[in-house]
Design a binder for this molecule. Sequence first.
Ligand SMILES: [Ca+2]
Length: 480
Amino acid sequence: MFPKTFLYILFSLLISTCSETKSTSFSLEEAFPNLIFSNPVDLQSSKDGSNRLFVVEQQGRIIVFENNRNTTVKKVFLDIRDRVAWGGEMGLLGLAFHPQFASNGYFYVNYTANNPRRTIISRFRVSATNPDSADKNSEFILLTFAQPYANHNGGCIAFGSDGYLYIATGDGGSAGDPQNFAQRLDNLLGKILRIDVNNPQPPLNYGIPPDNPLVDSVNPNIRKEIYAYGLRNPWKFSFDFQTNKLWAADVGQYDWEEIDLIEKGGNYGWRCYEGNHPYNLAGCNGSYIFPIYEYSHVEGISITGGFVYRGNRFTELYGKYIYGDFGSKKIWALDYEGKKIPINSLIATCPQAISSFGVDDQNELYIVGYEGRIYRLKKTTDVKGNSKNNFNQIKLENIFPNPASEKAFLKFFIPERFNHQENLVLEMFNILGEKIFERKFSNLNSDLIELNLNNFRSGIYLLKTQFGITSTYSRIIITK
Ligand SMILES: [Ca+2]
């Protein structure tokens, strides 16, 4: 048994550092040490060959600067603070450049305004004479919709490879989606919308793409802008243009943050489900698409979606979905091939609250700190020796779900030249250090082990995983 003081220290360490079994091998550095922004919430590239970046400030400004680490110059590209109502989750929230921005100068914004409180999706145009300045008077409003409460406004907008504009909307706010907006198809809240900005269908200032999922509905109340629904507050989404997948991170209510792969016409469950967990099942008899990954509020409080990394600086992150949490400031890499169970690794912690991620013309990744700094990843020496040296050792990669109630799965990394006769010993200890479970596997023929938790009470437990002389401890939380 462990002495209690030792156990206390061990627990403290585990709770702070070992919720993931992989060690951090990245840290963050300021990407533009000479620049600071005011409540930045988005970072975009115009992708017009000018090597510029644009940071969206929540109060209502867009700032432009050269994508050069040593730059000291930033300019106000657009200032619509006089039109934007900001604070909390309101403000200028999203920016998307038209795919032909280099020739037509169009870009699109998503912001909230008051009197009445509403979301506005607008087009602006760059100045004809100054590429670092937009024409404030060029505003062309495409779409507005009422916001019943101040929170859950979504905010992210982006063009897909189909040329259509995708718009993330929140469920309208309050808590628990009191009007059930996200499940209903007669409104634009709690959705991913898709519109055609190039071919307006009067009286609309935009078109409905002919293959939108509800386009054939004869019910006049159904909104044909809807692309997917059942979302709570998809604050950030992004496209992986290698696979054409749409990744959305949906902020949870009280317990679960989720990552969804958005399919046309999909119902992502809210408010019936929060992540994989029933939330309010009244009237719920639909067909729901559940997240490909979720994490509990032990790990964070509000997910900030990122990007599938397609840059060149970090080959080990290529193809992985990099995302973070606004509150815990953790950054993870999710390895998901579409078939196997995803592997989630903590890779860094941000000095500031993470409001957004962004990518530049080279697909390199930036992390937007809400207190004003822009960061990028930097490789650090792996002090725990957990990288190349250990590639020949079996190790526990993931425990999921965690917290768990009835069963949990242990996912192992098994190297190619693994001796399958080697013994695996699993031991579980309660918070008093008492061993309450032991199981030995003499012939490990699967990288996945199922743990039956029916006989355990709610609580925090330590799971010891031992192969030969190598052992690791992981935290597992059981909730009944
Ligand atoms: Ca969901």
